[in-house]
Design a protein around this ligand. Structure first.
Ligand code: NAP
Length: 242
């Protein structure tokens, strides 16, 4: 069925117009069509399987809300300053909608477990109810040597972080996988398993605490996207270059 959208919303249609106009020798139409053809920058698919163009595997993504000096929690363990406002929350929701499985360190899981409760779903702004539903719909794997049980649905405990098992999980997953907090993410980064990072810099310097990125790892990054929010948060989306 032919699309009725204007050509500037439909690069394929614009190209067909360009070819048709060129064949008819109408130079003005050719130039107009060329002007209206949006420049679509195609990004390389970072996770294509070798020798199988177009076939992609799930990405492992590390996301964190961090102070400008790089801490997810200050020296007293506080991170109330990192609480996202509605605009940031809605943006995070849209990112996390694509996540099928969360890999959590035990500490991060204990914070995120809040979203399992009914309290998170009722009497909350729509953006929080939305996030609660996203969180509840995803699978969770909690890494811990101490945790005996979990009380959230779709959750299992792993006693150790096995890079081979995570690599296999990535190869088999149909949706992206997320890793957090920083202690667990450091192991995934060290093992070269992380494909992308979403870092949200809150407009605050806390002087010390829990680092969002490990000391021991050196990474080359490609900036894929950036966004500024009204409240002063800046989001940087990076691909990790291999
Ligand atoms: N900025 C924000 O928006 C934000 C949001 C939420 C939380 N936070 C803060 O983020 C921080 C998270 O800290 P974190 O990096 O220490 O936590 P984490 O990575 O979430 O959890 C660390 C724990 O995960 C388990 N673990 C890690 N590696 C393991 C392995 N190889 N095998 C088995 N278990 C493993 C261990 O649990 P066991 O001790 O049980 O073995 C370890 O103590 C906290 O301070 C939290 O308050 C910040």
């Amino acid at each position: 069925m032919e699309s009725s959208s204007p050509s500037y919303l439909n690069p394929g249609k614009a190209s067909a117009e360009l070819i048709g106009a060129a064949r008819g020798g109408d130079l003005v139409a050719t130039l107009l069509a060329r002007l209206w053809t949006p420049k679509v920058k195609k990004r390389k698919m970072p996770c294509s399987l070798p020798g199988q163009r177009g076939l992609t595997i799930a990405k492992l993504i590390y996301s964190a809300i961090t102070s400008l000096d790089g801490y997810v929690a200050d020296e007293d363990g506080n991170f109330d300053w990192a609480a996202p406002d509605e605009e940031v929350h809605a943006f995070v929701n849209d990112l996390e909608r694509k996540v099928g499985t969360y890999l959590y360190g035990r500490r991060m899981y204990e914070v995120m477990h809040y979203w399992e409760t009914a309290q998170a779903v009722t009497d909350q702004p729509p953006v929080m109810r939305d996030y609660a539903q996203i969180w509840q719909a995803a699978d969770k794997i909690v890494y811990s040597k101490t945790l005996e049980t979990t009380s959230s649905a779709r959750t299992r405990i792993e006693r150790g972080f096995d890079p081979v098992a995570v690599r296999r999980m990535k190869a088999q997953a149909e949706r992206d996988i997320s890793v957090g907090g920083p202690d667990l993410a450091a192991q995934a980064l060290e093992a070269g398993l992380v494909d992308e990072c979403h870092l949200f810099f809150a407009p605050i310097v806390v002087g010390g605490g829990k680092r969002s990125l490990p000391k021991s790892v050196r990474l080359k990054l490609e900036l894929l996207d950036e966004r500024h929010f009204e409240g002063g948060v800046v989001h940087l989306h990076y691909r990790i270059r291999t």
